[in-house]
Design a protein around this ligand. Structure first.
Ligand code: FE2
Length: 346
């Protein structure tokens, strides 16, 4: 059974009050979807059967493919230049200037990343049906170049969610440096090279220089191109700009609709950095996972299972496991906030 995408919340977080003037998204005019020339698989990266069994998609990363038309690029860039006023500078090791709540502020951005045409296309590439990530902060993460070009746009990391695309909004031919790079290898290898102790630490942002023969630069031929990846399996960075320039990327995030595989959203660490309104998104995410899994169980449970009470109990427990796990994380977060420490995005 495939989960149905979660709708946007009916209301917005209290601190987001600004409405912007913007064009209306039109898939016929703004999208120009093409197929990637190259799709590199998790197996190509060296991932073994156990890692590959945690996801319904065999894809590690694609080469860049055209996603937006020229008109789409112009429209999106105008929206993102306005939204730049609301972007924040991340603390700690990630050093990026980013905006996470763009889908609340811009209907254009929301309609673009949630467009059924785009979802169908990315699902075909992934080889599994995708939905917009249930947490709006992940639906369109916008990265801006830092004002100081000696700082990396974003250091080496793996993402905190399963599926994302990275879309170049500016003309990359006008930029010196700032290239997107990824490590051709597994998380275990990345951990050995960086000294990260686990996958969570790999999300933190590393400045380690990796062996050059294992690092691949994604070449974006023009603005409006994107690549698609399972971002939690691909150790990647946006390199330093060699001179100041406008470099804006949009990272739409997705989740597999087939909930037979585990949710890979790294929810636990959100308690360390996320502001209060994200806890509402997290609660909706957990409730969605529970609702969809319970709905699947209602459909699937059969009378010939009637004799095995233990198996039935296990099915019910599995359906609500995400709900209980995330409730537990929220309780831990509450205990942490009883002794408040510095909170900053990770
Ligand atoms: Fe990333």
């Amino acid at each position: 059974m495939l989960a149905e995408a979660l709708a946007m919340p009916a209301t917005r977080p209290g601190h987001i009050t600004r409405q912007i003037e913007e064009p209306r998204f039109d898939p016929a005019r703004h999208l120009a979807l093409t197929w990637p020339e190259r799709i590199t698989s998790l197996a190509d990266f060296g991932y073994g059967a156990a890692d590959r069994a945690r996801t319904p998609s065999p894809v590690a990363i694609t080469s860049p493919f055209r996603l937006l038309s020229d008109e789409g690029v112009a429209a999106l860039e105008s929206v993102l230049q306005v939204l730049k006023q609301d972007a924040v500078v991340a603390q700690r090791k990630r050093l990026s200037v980013f905006l996470a709540g763009g889908v609340y502020r811009s209907r254009f951005l929301r309609d673009l990343v949630r467009a059924p045409e785009l979802l169908d296309h990315l699902s075909a590439i992934a080889g599994t049906p995708l939905a917009p990530h249930p947490m709006p902060q992940y639906q369109a993460y916008v990265n801006y170049a830092p004002a100081d070009p000696t700082k990396a746009v974003d250091n080496w990391h793996v993402d905190s969610l399963g599926f994302d695309a990275v879309m170049m909004v500016n003309d990359p031919r006008k930029l010196k440096g700032g290239r997107f790079q990824y490590f051709h290898g597994t998380r275990e290898e990345a951990m050995a090279l960086t000294g990260a102790r686990d996958e969570i630490e790999l999300t933190h942002g590393w400045t380690t220089e990796l062996p050059a023969n294992r690092v691949i630069s994604a070449e974006f031929p023009a603005a409006g191109y994107a690549f698609f990846m399972q971002g939690d399996y691909v150790f990647h960075r946006a390199g330093q700009l060699e001179e100041p320039g406008d470099r804006i990327t949009v990272v739409p995030g997705y989740i597999a609709r087939d909930l037979a595989w585990p949710d890979r959203t790294k929810t636990a660490k959100m308690q360390l950095w996320a502001p209060d309104h994200i806890m509402v998104e997290l609660t909706r995410h957990a409730a969605w996972l529970g609702r969809e899994k319970l709905a699947g169980l209602i459909e699937q449970v059969q009378f010939d299972e009637a004799g095995d009470r233990r198996a039935l109990a296990e099915k019910l427990e599995a359906a609500v496991a995400d709900v209980l796990r995330i409730a537990g994380e929220l309780r831990q977060g509450a205990a942490m906030h009883a002794s408040p420490k510095d909170r900053s995005p990770g």
